[in-house]
Design a protein around this ligand. Structure first.
Ligand code: FES
Length: 102
């Protein structure tokens, strides 16, 4: 059974932007795409631990700020010739608030 945790108001995440939240030991990057969909993934790049919340969002992908790996926001998988994966978290909006399943 999902353990939903109330995080922040959804409108605190800018379109095509990100926010970082820390829950327990977990650093989580929240991204809002151009269409307004919100993704949540572990903030640590699977390459060399770049902070993904500081990367650029395009479509449903974030480009890591350190070495430009593209990470799929839905799966957490590195795209193209790169390989590696970071955790993803299910999201939902209720009222004005974003919830994560942890
Ligand atoms: S640390 Fe992210 S691409 Fe190298």
């Amino acid at each position: 059974m999902a353990n939903w945790i109330k995080i922040i108001e959804a409108n605190e995440i800018p379109l095509m932007g990100s926010r970082k939240v820390i829950i327990g030991e977990e650093e989580i990057a929240l991204f809002k795409t151009k269409s307004g969909y919100i993704f949540a993934i572990n903030n640590i790049c699977p390459h060399k631990q770049g902070k993904l919340s500081e990367g650029l969002v395009h479509e449903s992908v974030v480009t890591c700020p350190l070495h430009n790996w593209d990470i799929d926001l839905a799966s957490g998988e590195a795209l193209g010739n790169d390989s590696g994966c970071t955790n993803v978290y299910e999201t939902k909006i209720e009222g004005d608030f974003l919830y994560l399943s942890l």
